[in-house]
Design a protein around this ligand. Structure first.
Ligand SMILES: Nc1ncnc2c1ncn2[C@@H]1O[C@H](COP(=O)(O)OP(=O)(O)O)[C@@H](O)[C@H]1O
Ligand SMILES: CCCC(=O)OP(=O)(O)O
Length: 367
């Protein structure tokens, strides 16, 4: 069978990751970093579309590859309607929902938009795989304490699912037959309870849980309301404080853990305290997810960019090994997972899902 060329596009809050595959073999990848100052001029994530598309096209040219070779383009899916995991054709309804940036804007929304733009230009299919709005919650998880504010699923589903599959392979287990606590430690943080292949509970990278490199996580609700009504800030100011200028960036002026670890090693005690608090919050979230699984946990898995940090890994392992063995898969398998999702459809191993049909089903279920 002729090997098919695929381009995977994974926009994140600190950069745009791309990778070129031939069949299931990755030929090259790049992480096109976009510093806060580069993204600051754009009023919205959707406004970053051309900037990021041009960066992707320039990188493909730099690598000497030709877009015309592609059999498909696959993007990381964004914050859209609540749908099950899987590979989706980027249809017009999905384009509309990716563009609207509600309830949250997120860089991952650009993955499907870039994939569809290039796919249309090349007359090849465009897919997304396991978007961040994958929702496999058990009903009681949605209850928050205020009926008008239910918990919505927002998760690094692509890497969480890919990491669970990898752990299953390496442990010689069916990933759909055991339970994991999986902590994706990236620009956003997801700490998920995966029960026999379904993400039944997770914090919310934008709304609550541990603070992250650029997000506030859980903050005192009453004080937040008083701040919102203080007359000193607009709604955009508050949203930016929570999901763009929060966390490490708010306390230490940088969202780069590598820089902050160097500062702490050089004796900066204030930074060292914040990094200790980061580990503390992640550990508490993982403990709560172990409780969601009734303590039946095969392994605790650390992944995402910050899992490269040996201090953080050591601190979390010491705090969490009472739950189950702690495994670390630093970085993420997202690029391989994107390509695998597209390849499975191109080679007829899996049916591409219809986003429109999945949304209609979710609405019938009241999600
Ligand atoms: N090798 C590394 N060592 C320590 N921290 C890292 C490393 N690589 C990335 N990070 C940190 O991970 C965070 C970004 O997470 P990452 O998953 O790489 O990006 P994104 O979430 O934007 O896709 C940043 O704080 C970055 O400093
Ligand atoms: C779960 C929302 C997606 C997210 O936060 O992704 P990044 O960590 O890449 O910003």
């Amino acid at each position: 069978m002729e090997l098919k060329a695929l381009l995977a596009v994974n926009p994140g809050s600190t950069g745009t990751k791309i990778a070129w595959f031939l069949g299931d073999r990755e030929l090259w990848r790049e992480n096109l970093l976009h510093g806060p100052d580069e993204l600051a001029p754009f009023a919205s994530v959707t406004d970053q579309f051309s900037f990021r598309l041009e960066a992707v096209e320039a990188a493909v040219r730099r690598r000497g590859s030709s877009l015309e070779e592609l059999a498909a383009v696959v993007g990381r899916g964004g914050i859209v309607e609540a749908i099950p995991g899987g590979t989706y054709i980027v249809d017009d309804l999905l384009i509309e929902h990716l563009r609207r940036g509600r309830p949250w804007e997120h860089a991952s929304n650009l993955g499907g938009l870039i994939a569809r733009c290039l796919g249309d230009r090349l007359s090849v299919p465009a897919f997304i795989v396991d978007p961040v709005s994958v929702d496999e919650f058990e009903p009681e998880v949605r209850v928050t304490g205020l009926p008008e504010l239910p918990k919505h699923s927002l998760v690094h589903a692509l890497n969480v699912r890919a990491t669970a599959k990898r752990a299953g392979r390496e442990l010689g287990l069916d990933w759909r037959g055991v339970n994991f606590v999986i902590a994706h430690l990236g620009g956003g943080i997801s700490v998920a309870a995966m029960k026999r292949g379904r993400i039944i509970d997770v914090n919310n990278a934008n709304e609550f849980g541990p603070f992250s490199p650029n997000r506030a996580g859980t903050v005192p609700a009453g004080d937040l309301v008083r701040l919102c009504f203080s007359g000193r800030y607009s709604e955009k100011d508050m949203i930016d404080s929570l999901i763009r200028r929060g966390g490490l960036l708010a306390y230490c002026g940088s969202d780069d853990l590598r820089e902050l670890r160097r500062r702490a090693a050089d004796g900066d005690e204030a930074t060292e305290l914040v990094l200790r608090a980061l580990a503390f919050q992640i550990a508490k979230e993982a403990g709560s997810m172990a409780a969601a699984l009734g303590g039946d946990v095969e392994a605790v898995i650390l992944t995402g960019g910050m899992a490269h940090d040996s201090h953080l890994r050591s601190d979390l392992t010491a705090r969490l090994q009472w739950i189950a063995p702690v495994l670390a898969y630093p970085g993420e398998d997202e690029m391989a997972a994107l390509a695998e999702g597209a390849r499975a459809v191109l080679e007829g191993e899996e049916e591409a899902r219809s986003y429109r049909e999945a949304v209609e089903r979710s609405r019938r279920l009241g999600l």
